[in-house]
Ligand binder design. Structure first.
Ligand code: ASP
Ligand code: MG
Length: 426
């Protein structure tokens, strides 16, 4: 007998028929002798609908960032998952399987008080364990928790992934199965490269990079949790027939692994990630003296704007150019800040911006031990005539910033150059 956590995304919970099918799948696992904790998302579109209602009642965006309003946004958004758990418990009971539902506050799942992006601090497993011991399936809301003052909080969009992995960690579950509308983690987005291939396994570090570089399969924090507590986590499809044999289901999808030598597929590069959410700003003719990076980026950080890729050019006649990327949502604010206060303060010549950029990255733990991987990336892009504007690297990834219009071309060319369409030799 194993203790298994299942997570079902919004599409899997999208209608009462789908919920009934989730219940049958869960019942199948229970009848095979496993203990089950299930973490569902809100029904698809529901969180957007709820936040839309909230928006209609808020006259402007600045209201939405007051602590008082953020608290109520969470009170509203958390109800989507509340409905899901109750419906799924009913569907299981209708299948003849004892089941009980809990909201985050009932478990409790304790978080900090950062409304709309709270972090889980502690999960009390006593109540869940007691129910499991009594032979019940326990259904716990994803996405939500409770802060030390007793306020309902949410974990940020896509947060149910994190709830599921965190609950699996707290219970030391044997596996956390994330059922979703794709059948695993791919070498890149199959909508851009039809030859993209599903990975049977991916290392936790690669998955973390893929998630933070733009792959939308899992919420980043869920991957961090999986890594910190070594939760065996598998991403798999919820669209297989509910009655496929467990033996088959249990090895489908993509398993996140923690040991390099466990990795079956020893490709140098595991996948290509891309992201169109960034914009580039440059501040030209900056005096090249100590403290200048801080003078530019300090005010940016104070304005709560996250900076990603940064480059500073070599200086000419004591002056240099400094460029960095920010999220596109922060682009206008960053330009205003640079033009308004930073440029006069540092005595720079000019501020330029470009929102039509994208970041393309190759990711693979094999890069640690293979030379020339980045060079191959640069050669591939140059053969396509694609100009690289910025470069950033870590041990297991190389990212470039390029013109947005070449994004698909770059991803396809790199996918081919690194032989990702071929199954790697085992
Ligand atoms: N329902 C929440 C959302 O849409 C959480 C989740 O689905 O993971 O973001
Ligand atoms: Mg999701």
């Amino acid at each position: 007998m194993s203790l298994i956590v299942h997570k079902y995304g919004g599409t899997s919970m999208g209608s009462t028929e789908r919920i009934a099918s989730v219940a049958r799948r869960v019942a199948k696992w229970v009848r095979a002798g496993h203990q089950l904790v299930v973490v569902p998302s809100a029904m698809s579109g529901e969180t957007n609908r709820l936040l839309g209602l909230a928006k209609e009642l808020m006259p402007n965006a600045s209201m939405a960032s007051t602590p008082e309003a953020l608290r109520e946004l969470d009170a509203v958004a958390a109800t989507g998952e509340q409905v899901s758990v109750g419906l799924l418990a009913l569907a299981l009971q209708a299948e003849g399987v004892p089941a009980v539902s809990y909201g985050g506050w009932q478990v409790p799942i304790e978080t900090d008080s950062a409304f709309t992006k709270a972090r889980i601090r502690r999960i009390d497993d006593a109540r869940i364990r007691a129910d499991l011991a009594a032979g019940r399936v326990v259904i716990v809301t994803g996405f939500q928790g409770i802060d030390p003052q007793g306020n309902v909080t949410t974990l940020g969009r896509g947060g149910s992934d994190t709830s599921a992995v965190a609950i699996a960690a707290a219970l030391k579950a044997d596996e956390c199965l994330i059922y979703t509308d794709v059948d695993g983690v791919y070498t890149t987005d199959p909508r851009i490269v039809p030859e993209a291939r599903r990975l049977h396994t991916i290392s936790f570090e690669e998955m973390l990079e893929m998630a933070s570089l733009g792959s939308k399969v899992l919420q980043i924090r869920s991957v961090e949790f999986a890594g910190k507590y070594r939760v065996p986590t598998r991403v798999l499809s919820s669209f297989t027939p509910w009655d496929i044999p467990i033996k088959e289901e249990a090895v489908s999808g993509t398993l996140i692994t923690f040991e390099e030598d466990e990795k079956m597929e020893q490709a140098v590069v595991a996948g290509i990630a891309f992201n169109r959410d960034e914009a580039k700003v440059s501040i030209i003719g900056v005096p090249d003296r100590p403290g200048i990076a801080f003078q530019i980026l300090g005010p940016v950080a104070d304005a709560n704007i996250d900076v990603d890729v940064i480059i500073q050019n070599v200086s000419h006649d004591g002056r240099t150019d400094f460029s960095f990327t920010v999220h596109r949502n922060d682009y206008a604010r960053t330009l205003d800040l640079l033009k308004g206060t930073v440029l006069p303060a540092v005595g720079a010549a000019e501020v330029l911006g470009d929102a039509k950029i994208c970041k393309v990255s190759i990711v693979g733990i094999g890069m640690k031990s293979h030379a020339g991987v980045a060079a191959k990336m640069f050669r591939t892009l140059s053969e396509e005539g694609i100009n690289i504007q910025m470069i950033t690297t870590s041990e297991i990834k190389t990212s470039v910033v390029i013109d947005e219009k070449y994004m698909e071309l770059a991803v396809r060319a790199l996918h081919k150059a690194f032989d990702l369409e071929q199954p790697a030799a085992a």
